[in-house]
Design a binder for this molecule. Structure first.
Ligand code: SF4
Length: 250
């Protein structure tokens, strides 16, 4: 597998306990997906610039786990191709592509411009509602969010409880940018090709721009707006506070 060199700003060293971080994330995923400590669980992935790390870890536990991929119909072509290629590379056999309700999308956003006038409603229509309709069949879910992305994620716990009472896990919460880079290199994982064009956090094409060296990864999302999250991880614009950080899983 061919791995391109990272950009200058990503030439960061892994944490001194990087091996331990990897083992802890793997063990947590084993508890969730192999031991099913909370019952039926799914992993949610955007197939963005860092997604291959969590997907690879999960594939080491069980390549047949449900991977929910939200296709808003506004994604980059590169992400759609990458999703197919990465799933094949990792042997992920159960990627579930989640689409918005096409009738509702046609009614609420007939010209595909709702993101310009009301991005919160657009995210609700294209991401939050479709995900919620699928997540309701699971007892637990897993995301790839990390604390180093800052802002609303700076206080992220490894384990949370969402508004519906489902267990929500963030196995990479403690990871730093250098750990992500080191994992890509250790396991020779391919990046979303947009990463090499400066896209460090990749969402929908109308709402994502490349960022400069040294800028926060998520500063390219909804640039120029107060909005920083699609709402999947927030309730009414605030972090869900029902955290139940479980030190045993860190
Ligand atoms: S990120 Fe932009 S285009 Fe995508 S669902 Fe949200 S507002 Fe709409």
């Amino acid at each position: 597998m061919h791995v391109l060199p990272d950009r200058k700003t990503d030439q960061l060293r892994p944490s001194s306990n990087f091996d331990q971080l990897e083992q802890e994330a793997l063990e947590l995923l084993r508890l969730i997906f192999a031991d099913k400590i909370h019952g039926k669980a799914a992993l949610v992935s955007s197939f963005g610039s860092e997604s291959a790390v969590l997907l690879h870890l999960a594939s080491r536990v069980d390549p047949d786990i449900p991977v929910l991929f939200i296709d808003t119909l506004m994604l980059f072509e590169e992400t759609l191709h990458y999703q197919l290629e990465l799933a094949q590379t990792l042997g992920l056999s159960n990627v579930i592509r989640i689409l918005p309700d096409l009738h509702k999308a046609r009614d609420a956003d007939p010209y595909g411009r709702l993101h310009l006038s009301d991005p919160d409603s657009c995210c609700d229509l294209r991401k939050i509602k479709p995900l919620e309709e699928n997540l309701c069949q699971y007892n637990a879910w897993v995301s790839g969010r990390k604390r180093f992305h800052g802002e609303d994620r700076a206080l992220l716990a490894v384990q949370e409880v969402d508004e519906q009472g489902r267990h929500k896990f963030n196995p990479l919460a403690d990871w730093q940018a250098g750990d992500i880079k080191a994992y890509f290199e250790r396991h020779e994982l391919p990046r979303n090709p947009l990463f090499y064009r400066g896209f460090r956090s990749i969402g929908c094409s109308p709402c994502t721009v490349a960022v400069g060296d040294g800028e926060d990864a998520r500063s390219g999302r909804w640039q120029g707006q107060e909005k920083t999250e699609c709402g999947i991880h927030l309730v009414d614009g605030k972090l869900v506070k029902k955290n139940t950080a479980n030190e045993a899983t860190r």
